[in-house]
Design a protein. Structure first.
Length: 75
């Protein structure tokens, strides 16, 4: 059994749609202030765009997702 964690950052694009960045195995503990500052830096940079060419304009949400994965041998 393996526990996988991802930090999902959700943004609103200039086109009004939601875009998501996923960070696998983020450093913990997660500090909301640091996440907010990082998200604002992403917005300010204008580097990320969606499939329609719209930049990330607003923070929408951030969440830590934890999944438990159990692999089974098929032998």
């Amino acid at each position: 059994m393996q526990i996988l964690k991802t930090l999902e950052l959700h943004f609103v694009t200039g086109g009004g749609k939601t875009a998501r960045l996923t960070i696998e195995q983020p450093q913990e503990p997660i500090h909301p202030k640091d996440v907010k500052n990082a998200m604002q830096s992403i917005i300010d940079s204008g580097v990320f765009i969606d499939s329609e060419g719209n930049t990330y304009e607003e923070m929408k949400a951030a969440r830590l997702v934890e999944r438990t994965v159990t692999e089974y041998s098929l032998d």
